[in-house]
Design a binder for this molecule. Structure first.
Ligand code: ASP
Length: 412
């Protein structure tokens, strides 16, 4: 029997589709029937306000254990060709919470026709034809994988199918950026103006981390939009990494940093600085520390990985010291975030600190924000507004709060 070179077939299938010049429609105030592939599709604070408003209703629904059927009759396919726990579970849960049917595939790199060499565009056609899905959430190791899927969806199914990028190679993870931003927004008191002098320090693996890249792109937009609103915003991003994982060590990384530092019209935007290690000044200035694991899957040289991954560990001792420095400067304790999974770069003793946001804030936000996103992409705006109003009026949590306030009022 002739032997078949599967790797060559897989490579050929990947090359057959090109995304040159393609970029999905920007949100520009209207999520309905679009894709979410890149954080750069978001163009204004108004869009974030809308998403966060819907997320607040979703939060109330989840916390009140309410059943809703907003998207009953529609199907979501969740197709993941790279490992995932949170992004996978929260998208499946989000779709089910909205009343959708869900077809979910983990390990698609080995267990779906990807393993036989099928291209991303053909896989999308297969999912649409076999399930009639209106949402496809995809994770894939290629940087341009989500672009390929969105381009195919536009070509074959126009507005009937929204693609959500659940992580594409080292490039983007826009839903993580949204949940991270809502976490930061809440941590700072729920007002955009509080981000005026916000300082974010991203550490660990800025070179390979798609979550750092998408979050910083979103923050660059926030800084620009705040200025457009007349707020003198000066958000600062500090990237702390050993030489092996420095973002500016690649051409793409340098281009990305430049795009955050300036606006499309060439005017300066936020400030980005790179550091090789933490120091006291950095801790004093940092409002939120976004730590990441050094991503072994992208390293070819074991020694390089060992050297990079042994560089930083957030210990309880270090965080206590950082918080003492913040207190001396009259500032709130540091928020500690991590997209997870954690390997050993955050000591478990850090988990209980009030600023540690990765378990109790980021993870539940992932569910609320993804429910909101799916609703915004698939429910006509007028219908969604009407539904939200109804949900707010009939919220058991709100009723409970109102009645507690009324009884408290009687005793005042
Ligand atoms: N879960 C995140 C991602 O998929 C971060 C990580 O894997 O370290 O990019």
């Amino acid at each position: 029997m002739a032997s078949v070179n599967i790797d060559a077939q897989v490579a050929a299938a990947k090359l057959e589709v090109s995304t040159e010049g393609y970029f999905p429609a920007p949100i520009k105030g209207e999520f309905y029937q679009k894709h979410l592939i890149s954080a750069e599709q978001l163009t204004s604070l108004g869009e974030l306000d809308e998403l966060f408003k819907v997320a607040a209703v979703m939060e109330d629904i989840v916390k009140g254990h309410r059943r809703v059927n907003l998207l009953a009759g529609q199907t979501a396919v969740v197709n993941f060709a790279q490992p995932s726990s949170r992004t996978f579970a929260s998208h499946v849960s989000a779709a089910l919470n909205l009343g959708m049917k869900v077809v979910a595939m983990q390990g698609a790199d080995a267990m779906s026709s990807f393993a036989k060499g099928e291209g991303i565009d053909d896989a999308l056609v297969a999912f649409y034809q076999t399930t009639g899905c209106s949402v496809l959430v995809q994770r894939h190791p290629e940087d341009n994988s989500a672009l390929i899927a969105a381009e195919a969806a536009d070509k074959y199914y126009s507005e009937k199918l929204s693609v959500i990028n659940g992580g594409s190679g080292k490039a983007e993870h826009p839903t993580q950026a949204l949940l991270d931003l809502r976490t930061i927004h809440k941590f700072l008191g729920g007002q955009w103006e509080n981000l005026q002098d916000f300082e974010l320090t991203c550490s660990g693996d800025p070179k390979n981390s798609r979550t750092i890249k998408s979050l910083c792109s979103l923050l660059a937009m926030v800084n620009r939009s705040l200025r457009e609103r007349g707020v003198e915003a000066n958000i600062k991003i500090n990237l702390v990494a050993p030489k092996e994982t420095r973002l500016s060590s690649t051409e793409e990384g340098r281009t990305l940093i430049d795009s955050w530092k300036s606006s499309p019209d060439g005017s300066p935007n936020l400030v980005v600085n790179e550091y090789a290690e933490f120091d006291d000044d950095l801790f004093t200035q940092t409002d939120v520390l976004y730590h990441t694991r050094v991503q072994s899957e992208w390293f070819e040289d074991q020694d390089e990985f060992d050297s990079a991954s042994s560089s930083f560990r957030l210990t309880r001792e270090l965080m206590d010291r950082a918080n003492a420095l913040r207190e001396q400067a009259g500032k709130k304790y540091i928020g500690v975030m991590h997209p997870l999974p954690r390997i050993n770069e955050i000591e478990r003793a850090v988990d209980g600190l009030p600023g540690s946001l990765y378990h109790n804030s980021q993870m539940p936000e992932g569910l609320y924000v993804r429910m909101a996103l799916i609703a915004l992409l698939r429910v006509p705006p007028g219908e969604l507004r009407f539904w939200m109003r109804r949900m707010e009026l009939t919220s058991p949590l709100k009723k409970l709060k109102d009645s507690l306030l009324r009884s408290a009022g009687r005793f005042l």
